[in-house]
Design a protein around this ligand. Structure first.
Ligand code: NOJ
Length: 571
């Protein structure tokens, strides 16, 4: 999000031929997400911290990532693992101090990487001084900084909106007799973005972090900040994104980013429910909003009509069609972020692949397919060694507020306890929140104490140490190659995308083309061998051996793809 990021008008070269505009730096970058609680613990209290991250920076440098995104480390009562912030200008003592942060930032920069903070400004913690003041009286100067409404005379809630963490999205404040809105936990009251004073405070806070040296923001549920006024009227069944969202983001861009043309910054907005058309508006460089968004279409394909816990199997045809639609939709204007997992989603190899017999192949296949799309890939901690779902068998092992609230609600409604545990085993956010197993042993090299949440059950052999040492079958090595490939090859970063064989329910195949460079990506999304049809692409009629750029099955070069084999060839 700099002037560099905005394609400038093509200048003439000496010979008179127009030059293409400079692509933004993040078109060839890869981002690594750290969820600090479970990354590495340096002080033995069982919770990951900034000291732990500093000790493990070499791992990320070896991997070759360009940017590290830190999930929230600000001061927080931790009702939602740090997404409930009580002081935007301080570090939570669980994670360290501002001095630790400055040291981490300096080390990240010294290694040639960037550091991005999470920006959580749809809501604060109920313990944030702004909210404490807002709730103190009906005429508090900060009353209007949050979304307050009267209930109906009949005792009804202001609207019928449900919170994402179960139950209604409104909580009664007994003292003042009004309800406040909380789209997430009751401890996470929503800010009122209609209030200009509040917006200015948020911009000032962002500017302080950029002045401190951070390189951008991942913006939490940022499309939720603008509420459609009509959907806030009594009786409205659900939240609708308000039109002022573009105005708010453009204002933020002007107030925070536009006057820093010398900095290479990055902004990514997390946006549940956005469409391709919305995303074009959010990410088109000439509109001055965001660099890219996290969209949710592909991670919603296996949700039931009522809840994500009503889980369906993922089918390949709609999955690849969904990603392809986003490739096409953002090809001319805008930019995609690419992800299959994060701290809110199950582990990608368990969800989209095979976390049993073919775990190595499936993890590397998914990485290959994702990283060969056009966009900026995000690697979630642990995916680079093919970490699997948690495998918890008791509700006592869960920590996540979303999972616990949902479980309690469904149990009270009389649902079968075993079925509830099975749903959590598939979809709980805790699946991706278990400690990174750096090594074997009780604390898994994550902590010398007792981890705040159990290490994933069932695979003691799966550690960073073991993965990196397993010659020829290291998931980490495969990621390293994919990241290096993006850095080296403009066709990976910028090439046009075309999906092949869209109706094939086992083959994920596509091409990338830039000038006279071409790549063909072939992936067998199944546990059985797959016979390629030479008619799929002209490259398949030539000998494939010299053409292979990346593969997870080095010996295999003919027209048969082995189980979960992925191959990228020059085409
Ligand atoms: C999205 C975050 O990724 C998630 O972890 C959090 O619970 C909600 N937003 C609320 O901040």
């Amino acid at each position: 999000m700099t002037d560099d990021a905005t394609p400038t008008p093509a200048p003439e070269t000496a010979g008179g031929a127009p030059r293409l505009p400079e692509p933004a730096w993040w078109t060839s970058a890869v981002v690594y997400q750290i969820w600090p609680r479970s990354f590495a613990d340096s002080d033995g209290d069982g919770v990951g911290d900034l000291g732990g991250i500093r000790q493990r920076l070499g791992h990320l440098h070896d991997l070759g990532v360009d940017v590290i995104w830190l999930s929230p480390i600000y001061r927080s009562p931790q009702a939602d693992a740090g997404y409930d912030i009580s002081d935007y200008d301080d570090i939570d003592p669980l994670f360290g101090t501002l001095d630790d942060f400055d040291a981490l930032l300096a080390e990240v920069h010294a290694l040639g990487m960037k550091l991005v903070m999470d920006l959580v400004v749809n809501h604060t913690s109920e313990e944030h001084p702004w909210f404490v003041e807002s709730r103190s009286s009906l005429d508090s100067p900060r009353r209007d900084w949050y979304v307050w409404r009267d209930g109906g005379a009949d005792g009804s809630l202001p609207t019928e909106w449900r919170s994402f963490f179960s139950g209604p999205a409104w909580a009664l404040d007994e003292a003042t007799g009004q309800y406040y809105l909380h789209m997430f936990a009751t401890a996470q009251p929503d800010l009122n973005w209609e209030n200009a004073e509040m917006r200015a405070e948020v911009h000032a806070m962002m500017n302080r972090w950029l002045d401190r040296g951070v390189d951008g923001f991942r913006m939490d549920v940022i499309n939720f900040i603008a509420k459609d006024p009509a959907s806030l009227e009594p009786g409205s069944p659900r939240f609708v994104m308000g039109e002022r969202i573009h105005e708010h983001l453009q204002e933020m861009h002007r107030e925070v980013f536009a006057h820093r043309p010398d900095r290479e910054l990055i902004t990514v907005g997390e946006m549940p429910g956005v469409t391709v058309d919305d995303a074009v508006l959010f990410t088109a460089a000439d509109r001055g909003e965001l660099d890219m968004v996290f969209q949710f279409e592909h991670v919603g394909l296996d949700s039931g009509p009522d809840s994500k816990f009503d889980n369906r199997p993922v089918e390949l045809v709609p999955l690849k069609a969904s990603l392809a639609r986003w490739q096409d939709g953002l090809a001319e204007r805008g930019w995609n972020s690419l992800y299959l997992g994060n701290h809110d989603q199950p582990r990608s190899v368990s969800r989209f692949g095979d976390d049993g017999e073919h775990r190595y192949e499936a993890a590397t296949l998914l990485a290959t397919v994702l990283h060969l799309h056009r966009g900026t890939p995000y690697v979630y901690q642990g995916d680079e060694i093919g970490m699997t779902n948690a495998g918890f068998t008791s509700i006592d092992q869960y920590r996540d507020i979303e999972s616990l609230n949902w479980h309690a609600e469904r149990l009270a409604a009389g649902d079968d306890p075993e079925a509830l545990l099975e749903a959590l085993r598939t979809r709980s956010r805790d699946n991706a929140r278990t400690p990174v197993p750096w090594a074997g042993g009780a604390g898994a090299g994550f902590t010398t104490g007792t981890p705040w949440i159990d290490v994933a059950v069932g695979r003691p052999e799966l550690t960073v140490e073991a993965d990196r040492a397993s010659s020829g079958r290291s998931v980490f090595e495969h990621y390293r190659r994919l990241i290096a490939l993006r850095h080296e090859s403009p066709v990976v970063a910028l090439g046009a995308f075309e999906l092949l064989a869209p109706d094939d329910d086992r083959l994920w195949a596509f091409t990338r083309t830039l000038g006279d460079e071409g790549l063909l990506v072939l992936a067998n999304v199944s546990g059985e061998p797959y016979e390629l049809d030479p008619a799929l692409h002209p490259a398949l009629r030539r000998r494939l051996v010299p053409q292979v750029v990346v593969t997870n099955a080095p010996g295999s070069t003919g027209l048969t793809l082995g189980p979960w084999e992925a191959r990228v060839v020059r085409a």
